[in-house]
Design a protein around this ligand. Structure first.
Ligand code: AMP
Length: 476
């Protein structure tokens, strides 16, 4: 096969010797081989071009349910030289209308299964449409907790570079079997997981969504699992989970949200495995990773990937500041938002991630939170993560989330939301032993559950909204 800069060709080169092997194994027993996947993608690509008039550079938007057909449509879009725009199907019609207006796709596919079925009678596209590394492959709308969601433009080169590095770094081989329980409207499930498996032609145990019982049943057949931290906490909540299911696993990877050090520790005790934590975002796919061989440190997201440069802007006296990056997987900008793009790149071309963190003497990266989550109380800067780490260690607290809430005297007050069973006065007293006075929560609120998005991220904006009146009406 001739390899062009088209990401599809690069992925297909990884599985071309394994066309008769399964790509997807579903719990009901359905299997789809790599050969069937490639053929179906080529037929669908032919349909996109000849029946829908898709031309290179056109956007193809899909309401992405977790199905093999959604993957076929992703690959077909790449083959046709078009730009894939995955849309989370839980979005409301008004939200979807915004994506359509912004991305101006040639078509919005609402039912991927029916679409792929219709294309099944097409003769397969003979040759992938040539693309260069700089051509767009996908637009990923950021989860956008504030303001309008922005479309991060990722090129064939961005995605191929990241896929190749991760495939090597995490030691993927054709003998691997990846347990895939992530959604695929997001970079984690769509790019990180799929590309690593495809580059080795490795089978995926394909779950429509995360489900404890299905994961427990499938794990004994897997060698690698990728997940968000809540997958791991939910597994640990099942008393039967342990070495019986994980004995022959090679690797557990976590990302998209911070993994608590306590989860890391308990997981090791129960299974003997140290979860490998990595850090990434829609705008750059994966940025740092703990090592496959070598120490995986709980609480750190590891080292910048080969080829990624990382620096801390304007570090404070604890060497902490906003993380900036540069490298082959960093996106080119936000679709049709040149002003936003300009705001988030420095004059010398580094992308401002918006994450706050530091690099230790060993080069490992530690994340303290998002710049916009920074609390300024009485003129002092408080990084929520520092307070959360102290609270998480207190007896009776399972997890905490610290936010700034409007306060008549302090501007913002530090407020802790906790899961567990710990009296407010005790928490505040215990925090005093470790934290400077201005970092001590003014109030501690106990909830049964933290609000989280589909990727397991705690939605601090929701907490801030709910707690806004805690200190009475604030006149600004
Ligand atoms: P998204 O673009 O939806 O993937 O969100 C990216 C954001 O998720 C990053 O900017 C980080 O704030 C957060 N994130 C991803 N991985 C981690 C991690 N391992 N630890 C802490 N935060 C993370």
């Amino acid at each position: 096969m001739m390899i062009t800069g088209n990401l599809y060709d690069i992925l297909a080169h990884g599985f071309e010797d394994r066309l008769d092997r399964p790509a997807f194994i579903e719990p009901g027993g359905r299997e789809t081989s790599y050969g069937a996947l490639a053929e179906s993608a080529a037929r669908t690509a032919a349909w996109l071009i000849s029946h829908e008039g898709v031309e290179p550079g056109d956007r193809v938007a899909l309401l992405v349910d977790k199905s093999v057909e959604s993957v076929i449509l992703y690959l077909a879009t790449l083959m046709a030289g078009a730009v894939f725009v995955p849309v989370n199907p839980v979005y409301t019609p008004a939200e979807i209308a915004y994506f359509v207006e912004n991305a101006e796709p040639r078509l919005l596919i609402e039912d991927g299964r029916a679409f792929v079925e219709r294309a099944a009678a097409m003769p397969p596209l003979a040759r992938t449409v040539a693309r260069t590394a700089d051509d767009l492959a996908a637009i990923i709308y950021t989860s956008g907790t504030t303001g309008r969601s922005k479309g991060a433009m990722l090129t064939h080169g961005n995605l191929a570079a990241n896929a190749r590095v991760l495939h090597a770094l995490w030691g993927f081989t054709p003998d691997d079997v990846l347990l895939h329980a992530l959604p695929i409207f997001h970079v984690h499930g769509l790019f990180v997981a799929l590309h690593c498996a495809m580059l080795s032609g490795a089978p995926m145990l394909w779950l429509a969504k995360y489900d404890d019982a299905q994961v427990l049943a499938m794990l004994p057949r897997a060698t690698v699992m990728m997940g968000v931290p809540t997958f791991y906490t939910r597994l640990l909540a099942r008393p039967e989970f342990g070495r019986a299911q994980t004995g022959h696993m090679r690797l557990f990877i976590s990302g998209s949200a911070p993994l608590l050090a306590s989860t890391h520790a308990v997981f090791e005790v129960r299974t003997g495995h140290r979860i490998l934590e990595r850090y990434g975002m829609s705008e750059a796919v994966i940025i740092t990773s703990n090592p496959l061989r070598g120490e995986r440190v709980a609480g750190s997201v590891g080292y910048p990937l080969p080829g990624v440069e990382l620096r801390i802007a304007e570090p404070d006296d604890q060497d902490t500041g906003v993380i900036q990056i540069r490298g082959p997987s960093v996106f080119g900008g936000y679709w049709r938002m040149p002003e936003k793009t300009k705001e988030e790149f420095t004059a010398d071309g580094w992308f401002v991630t918006g994450d706050v963190g530091r690099c230790d003497g060993d080069g490992r990266v530690w994340i303290s939170g998002r710049a916009k989550d920074l609390i300024i109380s009485g003129g002092y800067n408080v990084y929520p993560k520092e307070v959360e780490l102290v609270l998480d260690d207190l007896p009776g607290i399972t997890e905490s989330a610290v936010v700034g809430v409007p306060h008549p005297d302090f501007g913002e007050a530090v407020v802790a939301v906790i899961l567990g069973d710990a009296p407010e006065a005790d928490v505040i007293a215990a925090a005093r032993a470790t934290l400077a006075p201005y970092k001590i929560p003014k109030r501690v609120v106990t909830l049964d559950e933290l609000p989280r998005n589909a990727m397991g991220k705690v939605q601090k904006n929701v907490l801030r909204q709910e707690l806004a009146g805690l200190f009475g009406a604030v006149v600004r």
